[in-house]
Design a protein around this ligand. Structure first.
Ligand code: SF4
Ligand code: SF4
Length: 353
């Protein structure tokens, strides 16, 4: 488990266990949920539609065998059912907000009954943007519920009537792969529910979503030119778990993600000019477009494109390999500095060694 999330989860459990620290425990739980949701939202915002129904680990054991869209649906359907039908005894967000139609989901269940290709087919039907908005609405509603709780509520247990209400909601399939959930939830007290559907369940599925998106990015980059339009090398980039290259639909470099429609203006400019990269542009040295315009450190990247213009891409990859073998650094500016001309000189010096 991701160490930061594991630590917060552990801290939250310890704090919830004592009346004096209960409130703080609830805030740590909400903080953990916000962290995890930030990751879910980044995934939902940055990848192409086909990523959400892809199953790069189909047939594998564990949550990574599902899809990104299924994982989102499943986490938040479970939470919606538990928070509203079981605990609050009011309308689920799915129904109160007309989300089923907006998401275009053929299901109202948690999805546990789906297997293999059914999961991919179900995922293809959903509108991911609407799905992410639904997830956010459920999270916020549950955060409100969490803040209303008192320490004494943690011991609350559930009755046969509660169990029957869950069955009657038809939100848990009668399939044996799903129906067990009802007894599982009803067998816990409220503290137990906070520890599973509202926290640990998220962690396990978000970790699986990360494995899925890492794999999809890796697949997208396979066989693709490793040099980005701006001159950076995808083979030496610290963002490779997030970005599948600006030459693919999986472009999630930091600059693309903060640009309109998720398109890097530098990549767009090169494509418009019909050139392979900025090194082939006459205006490179004075360019203040896109990536080169945002700040001194991004402008410094120009040194890489200038180097490619003089010596070619392969030579840059060789220099970068050498630098990474001999020096500890994350971003190339730590080596080349912030001035493109001086940066070019430094790269050239490392070519000669
Ligand atoms: S951020 Fe840029 S260099 Fe890094 S993987 Fe993405 S396109 Fe390649
Ligand atoms: S104008 Fe700037 S961003 Fe566009 S291709 Fe030329 S160097 Fe690259």
């Amino acid at each position: 488990m991701n160490q930061e999330w594991a630590d917060k989860n552990k801290k939250m459990q310890a704090l919830l266990g004592k009346e004096a620290s209960f409130r703080e425990g609830i805030e740590v739980l909400i903080e953990l949920r916000n962290d995890l949701f930030g990751l879910i939202a980044s995934i939902a915002e940055n990848y192409p539609p086909e990523a959400f129904s892809a199953m790069p680990f189909a047939g594998a054991k564990g949550y990574q065998s599902k899809t990104l869209a299924y994982s989102m649906w499943h986490i938040f359907r479970i939470e919606d059912v538990v928070a509203h039908t079981l605990i609050r005894q009011d309308a689920q967000i799915l129904f109160a907000g007309g989300w089923q139609e907006r998401i275009k989901s053929p299901l109202i269940t948690t999805g546990n009954e789906l297997q293999g290709a059914e999961i991919a087919a179900f995922s293809e039907q959903m509108d991911v943007k609407a799905l992410c908005e639904y997830c956010k609405a459920v999270m916020e509603s549950t955060n409100g519920l969490l803040r209303e709780l008192e320490y004494k509520d943690l011991k609350r247990r559930f009755s046969e009537e509660d169990r029957q209400r869950l069955i009657d909601s038809r939100c848990v399939s009668t399939d044996e792969n799903a129906f067990w959930l009802i007894d599982y939830w009803c067998g816990k007290n409220l503290l137990g529910l906070l520890k599973m559907p509202f926290s640990r369940h998220w962690i396990m599925h978000v970790e699986a979503m990360c494995r899925i998106k890492n794999k999809l990015c890796q697949r997208a980059r396979k066989g693709v030119d490793p040099i980005a339009y701006c001159g950076l090398s995808c083979d030496h980039c610290f963002l490779t778990e997030w970005c599948g290259s600006c030459r693919t639909a999986y472009n999630a470099c930091s600059y693309a993600t903060c640009s309109p429609n998720g398109i890097c203006p530098t990549a767009a400019c090169c494509k418009e000019k019909g050139i392979d990269g900025c090194w082939a542009c006459d205006g490179l040295r004075d360019c203040r477009t896109g990536f080169y315009a945002s700040a001194e450190d991004t402008n410094a990247i120009k040194a890489l494109a200038m180097f490619i213009g003089k010596y070619g891409k392969q030579e840059l990859l060789t220099v970068l390999d050498r630098l990474h073998q001999t020096r500890e650094f994350q971003v190339i500016q730590e080596i080349i500095g912030l001035d493109p001309e001086k940066g070019l000189q430094i790269l050239e010096e490392n070519r000669l060694q």
